[in-house]
Design a protein around this ligand. Structure first.
Ligand code: FAD
Length: 522
């Protein structure tokens, strides 16, 4: 077989990981990215000349990245200073405060002080359940190609079959949480983990309680900011021979004889390849944005199935009245109506607000004067709706949105003086950066028991065309997008190896054939 030549479309985490792994395994890899720098959602926003993380702020499952660096002949620790955080987050409801810690005993004690002994016991039971769910699904679901329910049961094996029956796919997360916590604020706090994959705790299965275990297992702080991770992955790829081409949007995926054969850039330039990995949202393939020939490779995602979007302020600010930690959540009084508004395509009137105070160290100490903040409020994913409110935000509407956010945090005493250069990224802005998503940041929402099985898999319906990223199996978030990149690389190499075995056999039989790989969509 000639050397495998691969074009990766998109330099988000999934694309960067896939490109580096393929190059480390000897493939000739070109990564083409529409933006002028790597990272995709793992982006940094320049505010008055200062870089502020405008995407992910919570770094979990660092071991996934350690493994990827090692597989590419590197070491995460050589590239980045990554420190474990002792404080997970500070949560506020009006004047009430609750901190969660990396040490589960400290969290349990804090919950006991906050809500009483019964809820502290509830927390212990909840944590055990979240761990059980994670352990049951880590190997057979998160780290393998997308299964259907039967395959998942089979992968879990005889012992695992009992677990499979108790994954709680038919109970909503909100309902399940009511069984652990009497205090509605705790139900709200742990229900918020559904938003880590852009979903509603009222609509997603209780299975997703496993996300709480991921966070409880460790949150890390990256010196210099999260965007450094994207730069480190890019450097890893470069060392292994990946060619990076920025400001190079792809217009079309070339399909020849039923197989992916390269891409055509918006400039008209054609880059030939024996395989293509798409790190852009697969919904863009299904919507025909990469040409008609590729369209049937992935399904479009109906607007009603999208995950949440967000309003994200990146700002320098003076803060007072509330002792911020690195991660802070200011909860609304009424979670059900907040999610009902989002479901109806509206911003909540009094939303919950997340603030990452990026200059704070683990103990919450900040430098004097202005500090860098990322402020996030959930928003509906209708940034591409022609007549949707969010697609046409006027300056007055943006001002109103900012006032509502400031009012929400002021209920806890926090006063924010945002510098004039503040950048607000709306769902319409996200929709422009990530086409065919409407600004949904986590692919399809994980609503209902079947959602995880419907997500795009690594393989598509077109041989030689693969998908990787947070909208693809196993799901959204940095570690999941990275695992998805790894799965795409594995599938591609496995298919290539089985193809190279099939060619001599076919030749012996005297059949002249272009390798006709039938690749099941996975
Ligand atoms: C505000 C925000 C907060 C978040 N918080 C967290 C968090 O705290 N922790 C966490 O783990 N995760 C978080 N996430 C989610 C996480 O960032 C994503 O799941 C992950 O980064 C997605 O990576 P990806 O591989 O899907 O690529 P993406 O980031 O989606 O990048 C895809 C890339 O493809 C490129 N592309 C698209 N179309 C084309 C084309 N035609 N030609 C060339 N290139 C193209 C895009 O420009 C983009 O660079 C957050 C996301 C956002 C936006």
């Amino acid at each position: 077989m000639p050397m495998e030549s691969v074009v990766v479309i998109g330099g988000g985490v999934g694309g960067l990981v896939c490109a580096a792994l393929l190059a480390a395994r000897g493939c000739d890899v070109t990564l083409v990215e529409a933006a002028d720098s790597p990272g995709g959602k793992l982006r940094s926003v320049s505010v008055d000349g200062v870089a502020i993380d405008g995407g992910p702020t919570v770094f979990t499952m660092s071991g996934v990245f350690e493994d990827i660096f090692a597989a590419c002949g590197g070491a995460l620790a050589d590239e980045l200073v990554v420190r474990p955080a002792t404080h997970l987050a500070r949560h506020a409801w009006g004047q009430a405060r609750l901190d969660l810690f990396a040490d589960p005993a400290a969290s349990e004690a804090a919950i006991g002080d906050f809500a009483g002994a019964a809820d502290a016991r509830g927390y212990r039971a909840f944590s055990a359940e979240a761990k059980r769910l994670f352990d049951a699904l880590d190997s057979p679901f998160l780290r393998q190609t997308r299964p259907d329910p039967l395959t998942l049961g089979w992968r879990m094996g005889l012992r695992g079959f009992a677990d499979y029956c108790t994954l709680r796919p038919y109970t909503s997360m909100w309902r399940a949480l009511g069984g652990y916590f009497g205090d509605p604020r705790l139900r709200q706090l742990f229900g918020r983990y559904a938003t880590y994959c852009g979903s509603s705790p009222f609509q997603c299965p209780a299975t997703l309680m496993l996300i709480a275990h991921v966070e409880a297992s460790g949150v890390w702080l990256i010196d210099g900011g999260m965007h450094r991770l994207a730069l480190a992955l890019e450097a890893l790829g470069r060392r292994n021979g990946v060619r990076f081409r920025y400001a190079s949007p792809v217009r079309e995926i070339v399909i020849e004889q039923g197989r992916a054969a390269g891409v055509i850039l918006a400039s008209g330039e054609r880059i030939g390849a024996t395989s293509v990995v798409c790190n852009a949202d697969p919904a863009a393939i299904g919507a025909g944005r990469f040409g008609q020939a590729a369209q049937h490779a992935a399904a479009p995602v109906a607007p009603g199935r999208r995950s949440l979007s967000a309003m994200v302020w990146t700002a320098k600010a003076n803060t007072s009245g509330f002792a911020l930690l690195r991660h802070n959540v200011f909860f609304s009084r009424d979670y059900p109506s907040e999610f009902a508004a989002l479901r109806a395509g509206r911003m909540a009137g009094a939303p919950s607000v997340y603030i990452c105070a990026q200059d704070r160290d683990d103990a919450g100490h900040a430098p004097d004067g202005e500090e860098r903040l990322q402020i996030l409020v959930n928003a509906p994913p209708n940034g591409d709706a022609l007549d949707g409110d969010l697609a046409h935000f006027t300056a007055a509407e943006i001002d109103k949105c900012t006032l509502v956010m400031l009012d929400s945090v002021s209920q806890a005493g926090l006063s924010l003086e945002l510098a004039p250069a503040t950048v607000l990224t709306t769902p319409a802005d996200f929709a422009a950066m990530f086409p065919s998503t409407g600004g949904a940041l986590y692919g399809p929402a994980s609503h209902g028991w079947a959602a995880s099985f419907r997500r795009q898999g690594s393989r598509t319906r077109i041989p030689g065309l693969y998908c990787a990223g947070g909208s693809t199996h196993p799901g959204a978030g940095l570690p999941m997008a990275a695992l998805s990149g790894r799965l795409a690389a594995d599938c591609l190499l496995r298919d290539r190896a089985s193809m190279s075995r099939s060619i001599p056999a076919a030749m012996r039989g005297g059949i002249s054939m272009q390798p006709a790989m039938t690749v099941p969509a996975a």
